[in-house]
Design a protein around this ligand. Sequence first.
Ligand code: A2P
Length: 336
Amino acid sequence: QAFDVAVLGATGLVGQTMIELLEERGFPINRLYPLASKRSAGSTVTFKGEEIEVEDAEAFDWSLVQFGFFSAGGSISAKYAPLAADEGCIVIDNTSEFRYEPDIPLVVPEVNAHALADFRNRNIIANPNCSTIQMMVALKPIQDAVGISRINVSTYQSVSGAGKEAMEELAKQTAGLLNAREVKPDAFSRQIAFNAIPQIDAFQENDYTKEEMKMVWETQKIMGDNSILVNATAVRVPVFYGHAEAIHLETHSPIDAEQVKQLLSDAPGVTLYEGAEQFPTQVSSACGNDMVHVGRVRNDITHPCGINMWVVSDNIRKGAATNSIQIAETLIRDYM
Ligand code: A2P
């Protein structure tokens, strides 16, 4: 069995990675339709050694495909996902547009694949936020073992999460400043080179950013537990690929760091770094692979039920493209 597949946002960072990964993972594809805006229509992408022309999404006939991977932005998904779904295409949406609708599954396959049972509700499945995905993969075994009551998390997120232009801004500012030129922010609200910016996405009424609140809302939905409290600070750092997170969690009953390491050493999707000095980083561990890397696991010396850890993953792969494709692979395996 092979499928016809559309990738919407095929010229973007996530879309391009999706096309590479569909090939790398041997996803059962009959025909690939790369879609973008009018601007890129007629350009080409390479898939399995073949040049395939990018089409304008506006003119696309969605009845041609069984799967649509969407990553062109929330408003684009709002416009095209219902159209595609009505034509019988299963939409796997990487934007936040549908994540909080109760009848739309929000899925990290290692964590809540069972939620996919509802995929026919709307024919749309939401891919979670990149920072949430890696945190869920790392915390699920602990939630299952002792229950998590509260998560304090600070993120160190790369610029690739903000798209191609944001990556160029970091490169240009870095080169500019090293050459003593003046730089001015554009894609970010402050200078990103040699700096850290505690703002990702828009500020909300409660003074948290939307990125921070995504981690609150999505954790509860994915874990299926509205009692988990999440206190997040999301920070953009001058790193090109990969997000890191310092996670401090409180469990319902005490668990020792050694027990946590034991759980994580068997956890699906996790690579554990046991020794304190072996910690993972974005550049040395996470870039270009699909694992969630966990290190610095230690007891919180200020709290009897506290555990600390450092969690790193490639935001474009496991945080976006890989997770979306894993959702489709799980659907094919279990439901089709
Ligand atoms: P395009 O190349 O036509 O602008 P990134 O997040 O890396 O910037 O990528 C955004 C992706 O979303 C690109 O593939 C971009 O295509 C696509 N996109 C942006 N606006 C639209 C639109 N109105 N219709 C379809 N695709 C769009």
